[in-house]
Design a protein around this ligand. Structure first.
Ligand code: GLU
Length: 443
């Protein structure tokens, strides 16, 4: 059984970057018939907030992701205490007493000598007596994991064969002075205890993987499979981090985007597949393969997402948007949607066409061609109208006035919709109705 986890820290709203991680995990779950755990990495009590955790659940739900299990690290501290004890008993977790200032001075010295700023393991030289003295002075230790200084290798499901020499890394701090845990150890403990088989996460965790592989081996004898996807960058080639507020899932949702446009875009970006809109998760799953993801950073362009959203909407049947339309206060049914869907980039644009059809937007007829419009009015056929009315009406009008093409259609469109462009008038006119069409042609 494939077991996956998405492990956000509930310290802010979910944005397109971490949604992509969630989506890749979710597609892998669907592809393999596995399980998806939502794990809140909330050991940082100052920054973690329940409201953010709730919002993440809501955002995932909107994206179509329903976790099989939800866990909070903050409720599992006793498990981490046990694991830390195990590591201590194996002499793999050692007490350090340096202050931040001391460490910073040492780092600067090393850099000044052209050496890599790696922790020098000075604390390993402390004797039991030294430690007793320090404890007696009221000094509280933080705890570092003793790396094996060896080559850690794994076959990354996205990046291929990887190797990192842990001799090039500082022994990581796992426990702070106040006894709280950094993310590194709890993540491994949970992955072991929840039976996680595949860790799909961003490539900012590649170095963590070398460290965590050693911890996995110390605690359970083996590590899961890893897949590190590349990160999203802005159109300007820079990190997206500054724009993440406006790229939160909540703001993308509020701006009227469809969840499956966001999901399709996030799932297909940086793959060898064409970025096309998928209306259902199942069709995305069919083509899903971690091996298709490129190692190169992926450019995220909001305009591309919006155009994908438009393409998605253009093919969406009325049943799929009926609820969204009624939430926008639109009572028009199938005919309305089919008339306008080719002219919206977001579902919210439907409102504008609804208002135009129902005469709720002022139409500017200042420079309209009044005589021509009078003639058009006189030739209107009696109701009932359907799409075919447009052809017969405009053919008659063409014969009568000798106008054709743009000269014929543009003044009609302007008078009837107040816009240069828009949905086919053949579809709009039956929705507007004869009385209102007459009124617009004579005003
Ligand atoms: N809380 C970590 C993050 O959001 C999780 C990383 C992981 O998946 O292990 O970056």
């Amino acid at each position: 059984m494939v077991i996956l986890r998405f492990a956000p820290s509930p310290t802010g709203r979910m944005h397109i970057g971490n949604a992509r991680t969630a989506i890749l995990n979710w597609l892998m779950k669907l592809k393999t018939g596995g399980r998806f755990i939502l794990r809140f990495d909330d050991t940082d009590v100052d920054r973690s907030k329940q409201e953010f955790a709730d919002a993440i659940v809501e955002d995932l739900k909107w994206l179509g992701i329903a976790p099989d299990r939800i866990e909070h690290q903050s409720t599992r501290l006793d498990r981490y205490d046990l694991a830390a004890e195990t590591l201590r008993s194996k002499n793999l977790l050692y007490a350090c007493y340096e202050t931040q200032d001391e460490l910073e001075r040492r780092r600067k010295r090393q850099l000044g000598r052209g050496q890599p700023p790696v922790y020098d393991r000075a604390a390993l030289k402390l004797t039991a007596e030294d430690r007793r003295d320090l404890d007696a002075q009221g000094r509280r230790p933080h705890w570092r994991f003793k790396l094996g200084h060896r080559m850690v290798t794994w076959n990354d499901l996205i990046r291929g064969p990887q190797h990192i020499d842990t001799a090039s890394l500082s022994d990581p701090v796992l426990v702070r002075e106040d006894g709280s845990y950094l993310y590194t150890l709890p993540s491994v403990v949970d992955d072991v205890e929840f039976g996680v088989t595949h860790v799909i996460r961003g490539e900012d965790h590649v170095v963590n993987t070398a460290v965590q592989t050693e911890i996995f081996e110390a605690l359970s004898g083996g590590a899961p499979q890893f897949a590190h996807h590349s990160l999203l960058i802005g159109g300007d080639g820079k990190s997206l981090s500054k724009r993440l507020g406006s790229l939160s899932i909540a703001s993308l949702r509020d701006s009227g985007l469809e969840p499956m446009a966001v999901v399709s875009h996030a799932a297909l970006l940086g793959t060898s597949d064409a970025i096309v809109p998928h209306r259902h998760m199942v069709s995305l799953v069919e083509g899903f393969d971690l091996g298709k993801l490129s190692r190169a950073p992926v450019r995220f362009d909001e305009a591309e997402l919006r155009s994908l959203n438009a393409r998605l909407l253009h093919g969406v049947p009325y049943e799929h948007v009926a609820d969204e339309l009624s939430a926008l206060g639109i009572k028009g049914g199938r005919e309305f949607w089919e008339a306008i869907r080719g002219n919206v980039t977001s579902i919210k644009d439907a409102r504008q066409w609804y208002d135009i059809i129902h005469g709720k937007l002022p139409l500017d007829s200042a420079d309209s061609d009044k005589t021509f419009l009078q003639e058009a009015r006189a030739l209107l056929p009696p109701e009932p109208w359907d799409r075919s009315m447009w052809n017969s009406w405009t053919s008659a009008l063409q014969q009568r006035t000798g106008r054709k093409g743009k000269e014929l259609f543009r003044p009609l469109r302007l008078a009837l919709t107040g816009r240069e462009h828009g949905p086919e008038l053949a579809a709009l006119l039956p929705l507007i109705g004869k009385a209102e069409v007459e009124r617009r042609l004579s005003s």
